[in-house]
Design a protein around this ligand. Structure first.
Ligand code: ZN
Length: 312
């Protein structure tokens, strides 16, 4: 049996796991990223983390098929450089060459949404299906496309970025510089913003103060709160329309919805399926199932390991 280490690099924590070639996690852990100490420091600790994980799985680094890394930003795969990771302050960080030099095993990388999609498609909610479109609803809206076990990366790894389809021209400002992107409406941040706007426009609400969360909005919507119901309804309707755009383009067998907001369960999925079916082509709808992600925050490490286990 072959093994690889998958690393899911985040702004706060880097998660890591030793994963076998059947997708099972042998051992996993996480350490603080401490991005403020600089990229070189992060990479040195990542190397030590890989060695430590391998050792705890009863392996040495040289036993590994490789290391796969999910990076929360824009990468250049040809050179192995993390071109820009906004929330860690990285610009042109040479990741792969440095890790190969020190670990002396193959190193693979992709963006975090793509590796999470790969994990879910491989051994999660998309298991057994050749084509999966995976969408993550968190602070933003991420997306990844997996066809026949491989991430569809596009010309420069940006394929699947459903979060930046403009749903409302001239709408709310998005982090990407545009306005009205799906991410400004159907993310956790978007739901909170919509609830605030509904309250400002005069809708009754038990949501008060400046620091309520998307979870609070869903909880209040379940109780019939006017502002919360409007916010959740708008976010889900727009998401259904966005997923229909993606489905019509890709004709996937499964759409996997994950991220913090997917924990809302039926309160999300029941109206989402209805909205989706209103906008998607009937023959596309017939072939696809819309399901919650099942791997949770393990999707990234499993998918990252798969990059190394099943490389070309
Ligand atoms: Zn955007």
């Amino acid at each position: 049996m072959r093994h690889a280490v998958g690393i899911d690099l985040g702004g706060t924590f880097m998660k890591g796991a030793v994963v076998s070639d059947d997708g099972a996690i042998i051992i996993k852990d996480e350490i603080a990223t401490q991005a403020q100490r600089g990229a070189q420091d992060v990479l040195v600790r990542m190397q030590a983390f890989v060695r430590d994980l391998a050792q705890r799985a009863g392996l040495t680094v040289s036993d590994l098929a490789g290391v796969g890394i999910g990076i929360p930003g824009f990468i250049d795969d040809a050179s192995g450089v993390a071109v820009e990771v906004v929330n860690m302050g990285w610009k042109d960080v040479s990741v792969r060459p440095q890790l190969i030099e020190h670990l002396k095993i193959p190193v693979f990388m992709d963006n975090d949404a793509n590796v999470a999609a790969l994990g879910e498609a491989w051994v999660g909610a998309g298991r057994g299906r050749a084509s999966a479109f995976c969408v993550t609803l968190g602070t933003g809206v991420g997306g990844g496309i997996v066809l026949d076990g491989r991430v569809l990366r596009g010309a420069n790894t940006m394929a699947g970025e459903i979060g930046h389809i403009v749903m409302e021209p001239g709408g709310a400002q998005c982090n990407c510089g545009n306005r009205g992107c799906l991410e400004t409406i159907s993310s956790a941040t978007g739901v909170v913003r919509l609830a605030r706007e509904a309250i400002a426009a005069g809708a009754q609400s038990a949501l008060q103060g400046a620091d309520f969360t998307a979870e609070d909005v869903f909880a209040q919507a379940a109780r019939g709160d006017e502002a919360a119901t409007q916010a959740v309804g708008h976010a889900i309707e727009t998401l259904g329309r966005g997923l229909a755009v993606g489905a019509n383009l890709l004709n996937p067998q499964v759409i996997v919805v994950g991220g913090g907001m997917s924990k809302a369960g039926d309160a999300l999925f029941t109206p989402l399926a209805k909205a989706f079916s209103r906008y998607v082509l009937p023959r596309v709808a017939e072939a696809v199932v819309l399901v919650p992600a099942v791997l949770g925050n393990e999707a990234g490490v499993v998918g990252a390991a798969k990059l190394a286990l099943y490389a070309d």
